[in-house]
Design a protein around this ligand. Structure first.
Ligand SMILES: [Zn+2]
Length: 1034
């Protein structure tokens, strides 16, 4: 969580993870859809976009039913913000004009449920099932393939529901805005959609009237999956407990056992009051003209509404006169890193109610204060809680949460032994006492402010979207969203307060923590049989519901199941939906300005000069081909600890401090990339990356230089702490990223590169970290890491990429030259300066068919099947790349709509395998059969030219996802994909014909000689009896 809270303030990188939030769309969309460069808005234009909007929208002017309330420039973010109010309905509108082609639209509503039926969440799903103008089933999903959007999603938070999208195409923007607005203001909300998305009673086998009745429904299953993650359970309970009196006291996403209380009528009523313009916030961003947005929204939607009082005010939480505490139970986590030995699976945290979210400056100060308290090895809570190894990591929710009416701060530990809980609680108290006494060193405050300022300059690829997400919680609760963006004035005020009163922050600690009686302590411990207990509760509820049915009801349920099944099968008429065409996709690729050089006696350096806003980005790949097999599994661990152990005269605290003062962090990760055209060949290594303001480049390279030549891999205590933290993070990621683990595992037997990925970032890595975290003495491991570091940390086998501003590149290169010259040049290994012009060595690896069941006590499954694919420039790659998008139609219907899983689909990584997957899936082997059915469905050719066109559009959303200045040229640097190769690859995808799709489906999927299958999920009788499966228990 280091540096996250502050960075989130402007960039929101961990937004979805930190909060209690339910995204509607499948992980496919959530993962690889960050897109679109935010071109640095410094191009000299005759009239700046801000001036133009200022001239056109003077304060007080009436435009298309709206009146202009304020127009303000925020210089540090290069934007001009226009706030308007819709006269008839009171709808609130914010337009952010900025020279950025990646335009954003969002409409949001304050949704304040007072029970845990999940009504806002189910409504979010159901409005996307068809509307007046777009009466087809799920127009939202259909639009995914009729658009070149860079982001489309819908999200339910604790007190809001928002519908954002972004795209670079003006026509696409109009199309999507129309579909979004129709969905939220004119949804059909038919009962069958409620039953499908929310909950229903239905025969287990919908075609067998004698099969038992069970609960089904997308959200019902989704929420069972969500709360199978004990982290999420803890976060939910903590919020409910700290802010119990109003809407934060309930589960907005839905508590599975309460969801079946919701009726269709209640859903419609909730819609009428909450999805009303008088309760709406409209947001637009980018370089498109505001006037046309206003006209469209007013003429087509708002003009037909009157003003209502939606009664969605969220009051402040009344303050308590004394603290409260509670305990919850959860499932046993077999992957939990047992830091404290036996029984170390308890989580304990204390949450403090803080200020009203609308107090913008105080919020800012609390962000910084909480960052100082928790982030990085110099933070007091890091020292007092993490380092004594009383637990395996900070508790879920730890850190500042500025998203609710009253903001909050949570601190605690997970992986604690029950007998240590009281000690943890007293450490928390003592740490606050100590900070109130001693304060923070000035250098730490400077480091946190530096991170914030660097974050303002660092251009992300989805700035507008991050902006929309950042302002939503505050704006939703009637705070001033523009005021919140003025970071510089807050930084100045903050510095002034500190100058005037050196004890400023200490007083805040006293006020908000030591003298705050509104605090809530929560413990959570696993209970054997917890899942069974939930199961029994569900069965009891089911029995109760079923016993209340009369014969007539039963017939109705049977018929309703049939109707729903038929409706799901129906071919739909999508002619009402707008669409882009493949001809809207550019045939040409704009060139990346890169230059190849050799420095310091032969290190290959790629120089790229995009407009980086005064920042230099550095990356280096160190080849690992020569690492002996016994050390190779340790490569990801070396990555995990390399910049966290200290170097040279700096211990780990000092190194971290320096990194925060001059860089955006020193990052190290594993690297694999398939060769563009040699089958089975791939590049492997570790990749180092960091960025800094140009004038800090010397300092940044000096830090890397220390890491290369003097890394301190000798502090066993520190190392043990890090191992436990890594093991905990990995363990926590399993429920969230189960489909990724399943795919990696499935692919490991059919591709050599995937086998390495399994070792470095799959379940094998997770398991090896778990076992390391249980070892009493890690000195052997540390010794091996020293050997590995000695092999890797030199300039042999190294290549470097630098992205910097054109006027700085000469200086940057000379600094780089002296940095490289100072590194060790000799090694006993056979490594050579690597790049993709030389073919990486191909090792012996026997591909084979394998089926693996990883048994975990989850109530849902993650299934995957993997088949060998082709390289990036293979003639069949285009069709294989488009195929998953075509199959998505089939897979989505079978796995999500009928099967009740949260998501499912296929993915083709060029050079890597072709993978099918399902996500939070109630089915197991049945889904594997569905994967095969998807292949048959393609072979039968029951799809149209139009379907292929849509699949291509969908594919190009990811192929053409533009990149931020810091990431330009990285495709070439990391994977050897030049502009020429990229262009050829795009042509292959663009020129794919329907027949090509059938041919590759036959060649690579139907007739594949080998395949890998993997299932992550609970014990499974069928599989246990099947001799072809390997079963792995933890
Ligand atoms: Zn959902």
């Amino acid at each position: 969580m280091r540096n996250m809270a502050l960075v989130r303030y402007i960039r929101n990188v961990t937004w979805a993870r930190k909060r209690i939030l339910h995204n509607n769309y499948s992980p496919r969309i959530l993962t690889k859809r960050t897109a679109v460069t935010n071109t640095e808005p410094t191009k000299p234009t005759a009239v700046s976009i801000g001036d133009a909007v200022r001239a056109e929208f003077p304060v007080g002017e009436e435009v298309c039913g709206f009146v202009v309330r304020t127009v303000e420039e925020v210089k540090e973010l290069h934007l001009t913000a226009v706030r308007l109010e819709h006269l008839a309905t009171g709808a609130d509108y914010l337009h952010v004009a900025r020279d950025d082609a990646n335009n954003v639209f969002s409409v949001g509503f304050r949704t304040t449920p007072m029970d845990s039926t999940g009504v806002p969440h189910i409504l979010e799903h159901t409005v996307l099932c068809g509307s007046r103008k777009y009466p087809c089933r799920d127009p939202f999903f259909k639009m995914l393939n009729r658009s070149l959007s860079t982001f489309m999603n819908a999200m339910t938070g604790s007190d809001f529901t928002i519908y954002p999208f972004s795209t670079q195409h003006p026509a696409d923007f109009k199309n999507l805005m129309s579909v979004y607005l129709d969905a939220v203001f004119r949804p059909n909300l038919v009962e069958l959609d409620f039953l499908q998305e929310g909950w229903r009673l239905e025969h287990q086998d919908v075609n067998d009237q004698s099969s038992p009745l069970v609960f089904k429904g997308v959200v019902f299953n989704e929420m069972k999956g969500v709360f199978a993650d004990s982290q999420r359970l803890f976060m939910q309970k903590l919020q409910n407990g700290l802010l119990p009196s109003h809407t934060y006291g309930v589960v907005s996403g839905g508590d599975p056992i309460t969801i079946p209380q919701l009726t269709w009528e209640q859903l419609r009523h909730f819609h009428a009051y909450h999805y009303h313009p008088s309760n709406a916030h409209f947001f637009t961003y980018g370089d498109q003209p505001l006037a046309q947005h206003l006209k469209f929204i007013n003429d087509n939607y708002l003009s037909s509404f009157d003003r209502i009082d939606p009664k969605t005010e969220v009051p402040e939480e009344p303050s308590w006169s004394q603290g409260r505490s509670d305990h919850v139970e959860c499932g046993v986590d077999p992957m939990a890193a047992a830091a404290g030995g036996e029984g170390g699976q308890t989580s304990v945290a204390v949450a403090y109610k803080l200020v009203n979210i609308t107090d913008s400056y105080e919020n800012f100060v609390l962000h910084i204060l909480c960052e100082l308290l928790t982030s990085g090895p110099n933070a007091p809570f890091y020292k007092s809680l993490l380092e004594p190894q009383l637990g395996s990591g900070f508790s879920p929710s730890a850190g500042y949460d500025g998203h609710t009416r009253n903001t909050s701060f949570t601190i605690g530990l997970q992986g604690v032994r029950p007998q240590d809980v009281d000690q943890v609680l007293s450490i928390i108290d003592n740490t606050f006492q100590q900070v109130a006494q001693e304060g923070f060193p000035q250098s730490r405050v400077d480091a946190v402010l530096h991170t914030l300022e660097l974050g303002l300059k660092h251009q992300t690829s989805s700035f507008g979207l991050a902006l929309a997400m950042t302002i939503t919680p505050l704006w939703n609760l009637d705070g001033d969203p523009v005021e919140a963006l003025k970071i510089n004035s807050k930084i100045n005020k903050f510095r002034k307060c500190l100058d005037e009163n050196p004890k400023y922050l200490q007083e805040k600690v006293r006020q908000y923590f030591l003298q705050n009686n509104h605090k809530y302590s929560l413990t959570m411990a696993p209970k054997p049989g917890y899942e069974e207990q939930l199961q029994v509760a569900e069965e009891d509820l089911l029995a109760q519901k079923v016993s209340a049915l009369n014969e007539h009801d039963k017939i109705q349920i049977w018929e309703q199941g049939q109707t729903l099944a038929h409706k799901q099968e129906e071919e739909e008429d999508l002619s009402s939906l707008p669409t882009l065409r493949v001809s809207d996709i550019n045939r040409t690729v704009s060139p990346t300005p890169v230059l190849d050089l050799q420095l310091a006696g032969g290190v290959n350096v790629q120089l790229c000069q995009p407009p980086t806003n005064g920042i230099t980005y550095f990356s280096a790949v160190l080849d690992t081909q020569h690492v002996p097999p016994h050390l190779r599994p340790l490569v990801p661990l070396l990555c995990g600890v390399l910049t966290s152990m200290g170097a040279g005269h700096m211990d780990f605290r000092e190194l971290d401090q320096q990194a925060d003062l001059v860089t955006g962090g020193l990052h190290v990760d594993t690297h694999t990339a398939a060769h563009p055209y040699h089958v089975g060949h791939f590049d492997q290594g570790i990749v180092l990356s960091s960025h800094c303001l140009n004038h800090n480049l010397d300092h940044m390279l000096d830090l890397w230089s220390r890491v290369f030549t003097e890394v301190r891999l000798n502090d066993l205590d520190r190392f043990t702490t890090l191992v436990n933290m890594i093991a905990t993070d990995l363990s926590n990621s399993l429920v969230y990223s189960g489909h990724r683990y399943a795919m990696t595992s499935a692919a490991a037997s059919i591709s050599h590169m995937s086998a390495l990925q399994e070792e470095w970032c799959g379940l094998s890595w997770l398991r090896s970290m778990k076992s390391l975290s249980q070892k009493k003495d890690l000195s052997d491991t540390l010794e091996q890491l020293r050997q590995l570091a000695a092999l890797l940390l030199n300039r042999e086998g190294m290549r470097v990429a630098v992205n910097t501003t054109p006027d700085y590149h000469t200086q940057a290169l000379s600094k780089l030259e002296s940095f490289l010259s100072g590194l060790h040049a000799t090694t006993t290994s056979s490594a050579t300066h690597n790049n993709f012009s030389s073919t990486p060595v191909k090792e012996e690896f026997t591909l084979h068919t394998r089926k693996t069941h990883h048994v975990f006590p989850f109530p849902v499954n993650f299934a995957s099947m993997a088949l060998p694919g082709v390289p990036y420039l293979h003639p069949d790659v285009g069709a294989l790349r488009v195929l998953p998008r075509l199959m998505f139609r089939f897979l989505h219907r079978e796995i999500r709509e009928k099967g009740g899983a949260y998501g499912g689909g296929a993915m083709a990584t060029p050079g890597g395998p072709f993978c099918f997957y399902s996500y939070r899936d109630p089915h197991s082997t049945q889904t594997l059969a569905t994967f095969s059915d998807a292949v048959e469905w393609v072979l039968a050719g029951n799809f149209s030219e139009r379907d292929v066109e849509e699949a291509k559009l969908g594919t190009f959303q990811s192929i053409d996802a533009p990149v931020s200045p810091g990431a330009q040229g990285m495709r070439r640097f990391l994977a050897g994909i030049t502009d020429k190769y990229f262009s050829e690859h795009r042509q292959l995808a663009l020129d794919t014909s329907p027949q090509d799709l059938i041919t590759v489906a036959r060649t690579y999927l139907s007739l594949a000689p080998i395949q890998g299958t993997s299932l992550i999920g609970p014990h499974n009788e069928d599989i246990a009896k099947d001799g072809f499966w390997n079963t792995v228990h933890d």
